[in-house]
Design a binder for this molecule. Structure first.
Ligand code: TXA
Ligand code: MG
Length: 344
């Protein structure tokens, strides 16, 4: 079905009349996009199978990929899980609200299609005033994946949501650009030892300082093994043009541009500010200083998306160090890339 998608501007302040309109639509089992500190989410009543189904339809999301349940308050977590282990309590106290999603054993209170039939449920408390306001106002736990069409980069601005979903959802709340830029870290706390299923805004080091050693899903470094987070198996975050991930120095990067140009290709590049001033012969989009990976994370998806408006045949993208939030950045870039070109 098609919608006259409503749009509410809450960039500067949370307007109460708009908030009530958006909350009413959610209570009527409609789907509304809202900002979080990581990326925009596509929210629907997590207790309604009918509402949640509309999320999958709007995004074109495979039904076997479960959703994260968003809540306003820590006390609401126990309403959807069997119990909260000690380690999870510690994590909740330290990192929530914030970019950390916990996988816990479900008590079955959420709609079946939220968890895609798994015995666990993903919970998260976003650290964003607009997200908390809409959660409070509608009084519901909201199932919310990133508010992009399946396969596209996640939206870090309301315009990105509009480009993908206008006419497909009931409304969009614009809260301005998001602050973290990559999605939350997904941490499985349902077993003996916590396991990172998706690197994100809270880093491995952050977690280990608090709770000691955490494992990382082997599928994150080994293409062959099956990921524990269903969503991680899909190709994702991809711009329209093929993207090559370049591993090498500036000279190597420039030589790749030259080769492509010689074969008649229009080349786009996504690079750090430092690289941008040194490269030529390509359409250049920067994503911050390579000395500040947090800034790279903030700008990454916008840079990936900006090439969809440019007429390029190939996008070459710089590789970044995999420390701190660089782990999340490189995880996303490897999924977006069609191939990796390494200097040997
Ligand atoms: O920052 C974020 O997490 C954003 C904002 C909107 O909150 N949300 C987000 O949702 O990135 P989504 O649906 O794009 O990604 C959720 C990830 C998927 O990889 C999914 O497979 C995984 O979490 N997931 C959800 N429930 C799970 C479960 N019970 N067990 C394992 N993985 C789960
Ligand atoms: Mg997503």
């Amino acid at each position: 079905s098609t919608f006259e998608t409503k749009y509410w501007n809450m960039r500067d302040h949370v307007d109460h009349v708009s908030l009530q309109q958006a909350a009413e639509l959610l209570q009527q089992e409609e789907v509304v996009a809202f900002p979080t500190e990581t990326v925009y989410g596509l929210g629907a009543d997590a207790t309604s199978e009918k509402a949640v189904k509309k999320i999958f339809e709007a995004k074109g999301r495979p039904a076997d990929n479960p959703l994260i349940v968003h809540m306003a308050k820590k006390e609401q977590i126990h309403e959807v899980v069997q119990h909260i282990p000690d380690i999870a309590h510690k994590l909740i106290d330290r990192f929530l609200p914030g970019p950390l999603t916990l996988i816990l054993k479900s008590n079955g209170r959420c709609a079946q299609n939220v968890t895609a039939g798994l015995s666990t449920v993903a919970v998260r408390i976003p650290d964003h005033p607009v997200a908390i306001s809409i959660l409070d106002e509608c009084g519901l736990p909201l199932a919310a994946p990133s508010a992009n069409l399946s396969g596209k980069p996640s939206p870090t601005r309301a315009e990105h949501v509009y480009d993908d979903l206008n006419g497909r959802i009931a409304g969009i709340i614009d809260g301005g650009p998001t602050g973290v830029g990559v999605e939350s870290t997904v941490l499985d706390c349902s077993g003996e030892k916590p396991v990172i299923l998706r690197p994100g805004g809270v880093t491995k080091q952050d977690l280990e300082e608090l709770i000691g050693e955490v494992d990382v899903d082997p599928a994150l470094s080994n293409q062959g093994s099956k990921p524990k987070s269903p969503g991680m198996k899909y190709k994702h975050y991809a711009p329209d043009a093929p993207m090559w991930l370049i591993e090498g120095d500036l000279k190597f990067f420039q030589s790749q541009i030259e080769q492509l140009k010689q074969s008649g290709k229009r080349v786009g590049v996504i690079v750090s500010n430092e690289h941008a001033s040194e490269l030529e012969g390509a359409v250049i989009h920067t994503c911050g200083s390579k000395e500040d990976l947090r800034e790279v994370a903030v700008q990454l998806y916008h840079a990936l998306r900006s090439f969809d408006q440019e007429d390029v045949d190939v996008i070459l993208c710089e590789s970044f160090p995999e420390d701190g939030v660089g782990q999340a950045v490189m995880n996303r870039l490897k999924k977006a890339a069609t191939q990796k070109i390494s200097q040997t």
